[in-house]
Design a protein. Structure first.
Length: 160
């Protein structure tokens, strides 16, 4: 079952590169008492994700902060090393937390998994964005397969 507006975000552990090593990030801690813009995508270093999705959130990080968003998080079913390297290559710095959902546990828990096996990608996340306020989903934007519009930073900024 897919998560929906008004639902509490499920508890899960994601991984983030910190000081050169994978470090656990509990979703309960990530969302507690904060407004967080989350976006998820099929994979690090993939064309749309690298050319549009992540760069949009990096470029608009200050605009999100100005609207009261405490953090921006990028989630992908990749390992922490890949997410860290991609964040470095894209210049995400402190603007976007690059969170690895290596086994897809969070993605499955929110019901937004996609089957990319016919493309040799295994099971990945659908492309989506959501605004989470103190652990509760306030906005949810799930893309149609192959599309990139409603999960963009620009679209999400209008919802904050």
């Amino acid at each position: 079952m897919t998560i929906k507006v008004g639902d509490k975000v499920p508890s899960a552990v994601l991984m983030q590169m910190k000081d050169g090593k994978p470090t656990p990030v509990k979703t309960d801690d990530l969302f507690a008492g904060k407004k967080v813009a989350v976006f998820a995508l099929p994979g690090a270093f993939t064309p749309t994700c690298s050319a549009k999705h992540l760069p949009g959130f990096i470029q608009n990080a200050d605009a999100f902060k100005a609207k009261g968003v405490d953090a921006i998080a990028c989630v992908s079913v990749n390992d922490a090393f890949v997410m860290g390297a991609w964040g470095d290559q894209q210049g995400s710095g402190d603007k976007v937390a690059m969170l690895a959902d290596g086994n897809g546990d969070f993605t499955k828990a929110v019901g937004l998994e996609m089957d990319g096996t016919k493309f040799g990608m295994g099971h990945r996340s659908q492309r989506y964005s959501m605004l989470v306020d103190n652990g509760v989903v306030k906005e949810l934007n799930v893309e149609e397969p192959g599309a990139f519009a409603v999960s963009s930073a620009e679209h999400m900024l209008k919802q904050v």
